[in-house]
Design a protein around this ligand. Structure first.
Ligand SMILES: *[C@@H]1O[C@H](CO)[C@@H](O)[C@H](O)[C@H]1NC(C)=O
Ligand SMILES: *[C@@H]1O[C@H](CO)[C@@H](O)[C@H](O)[C@H]1NC(C)=O
Ligand SMILES: *[C@@H]1O[C@H](CO)[C@@H](O)[C@H](O)[C@H]1NC(C)=O
Length: 343
């Protein structure tokens, strides 16, 4: 199934590139900085922000007069063995991390964070995955000494899942709460394995999930832009956010990759050694069936990207709850015919 998706999305990208007389190989080489070029030199101990030397930094001191956190967090451990306690419940995860503020916010206590990152997780019917992700993601981000919040954007109702609309909604809602410097879009079933994969933004959009166990810890194809990606609010506005018209499963990540390309930006990636993720197994969800129209949309991406995206308001907030480990923002994203489903 995954192979099928990968092949069909990629085919469309290739066809588009050929039709538009763009040299496809050139595209791949130029746009996606190969992770190999960013090979990590652990011996030099300066691997932390490799490739992201241009990350935004906060200047000065905060009200409490705390010093800025070190450039490289001393708490990082590198690769970790992912294990889960048996019979883990959300309540147990909450007990484990009492120092997380309500709404899933955390800031280092002994220094002022250099980076402020919102984690945006599109969600429906994946409570089990969410629990496992929270169990690993909180300590992962804390070891990076970030100031972060976790937003779970929950799609209300039963209609087909629309991940890209949820992510657009997540950005707007998160930015209302705080001027985040970096927006991380995170699949609920991907758990980062190596904490040197720093969740900060750079001068180009970032693709973090370069080495997923499911794809043999390699990129499934060079232009792959799925799983975990990051944009500054400015980069996100430059691509006009994400496309609103992808319902169900497939290709919206390739569309976003194309938007980055068409907006004349490149993609930054961590090395294959650091950008490692484990995908938690699951069966195909109900309500997230394969989108049969997906290739059609992708072909139209060059015309659509300026017309359709962040500029359209395609959701309404149903509820907002500050829970101990995350903020649950439940939104109605409607159906293809509009915000309110047909009767
Ligand atoms: C992970 O587990 C394996 C096998 O138990 C062990 O060899 C390895 O050293 C462990 N790695 C870490 C980082 O703990
Ligand atoms: C979702 O579907 C179930 C069963 O098909 C139905 O009982 C329920 O009312 C639906 N919920 C919404 C919000 O449409
Ligand atoms: C979020 O809130 C909605 C509405 O209260 C609820 O139905 C849903 O289960 C919640 N989701 C999560 C992951 O907390």
């Amino acid at each position: 199934m995954v192979k099928l998706k990968v092949v069909s999305c990629l085919l469309v990208v290739v066809v588009y590139m050929v039709l538009s007389e763009l040299a496809f190989l050139d595209y791949l080489q130029k746009m996606f900085q190969s992770p190999k070029k960013y090979a990590v030199d652990i011996s030099r101990r300066n691997y932390m922000y490799e490739g992201y030397g241009d990350v935004h930094q906060t200047k000065g001191q905060n009200k409490e007069g705390l010093p800025l956190c070190p450039m490289t967090s001393p708490l990082l451990r590198g690769g970790i063995n992912l294990t889960f306690p048996s019979e883990l419940t959300l309540a147990k995860v909450e007990q484990k991390y009492p120092h997380v503020e309500h709404g899933g916010r955390y800031r280092p206590h002994d220094c002022q964070a250099r980076h402020h990152t919102a984690i945006i997780i599109p969600h429906r019917d994946r409570e089990h995955h969410l629990k496992l992700l929270l169990y690993h993601l909180h300590p992962f981000l804390q070891r990076q000494q970030l100031d972060y919040s976790i937003y779970v954007i929950h799609q209300a109702g039963n209609f087909t899942f629309n991940k890209a609309r949820l992510m657009n909604a997540g950005v707007r809602e998160a930015m209302q709460e705080r001027e985040w410097e970096c927006l991380f879009f995170h699949d609920v079933d991907l758990i980062p394995i190596d904490d040197r994969n720093i969740y900060v933004c750079g001068s180009n959009p970032k693709h973090a999930a370069v080495a997923i166990n499911k794809f043999g810890f390699k990129l499934p194809y060079d232009a792959y832009f799925g799983g975990v990606t990051a944009f500054t609010p400015q980069q996100y506005r430059t691509i006009n956010g994400f496309p609103n018209n992808y319902w169900g499963w497939g290709c919206e990540d390739d569309d976003i990759g194309l938007r980055v390309y068409m907006a004349k930006m490149r993609v930054q990636r961590p090395s294959l050694e650091v950008g490692r993720y484990k995908m938690i197994r699951h069966n195909h969800d109900k309500g997230n069936s394969v989108n049969r129209e997906r290739s059609k949309y992708l072909v139209n991406a060059p015309e659509n990207w300026k017309r359709d995206g962040l500029n359209k308001d395609m959701y309404e907030v149903i509820s907002r709850e500050r829970l101990p480990l995350y903020t649950n923002i439940t939104v109605n994203v409607g159906t293809p015919t509009g915000l309110h489903p047909p009767p």
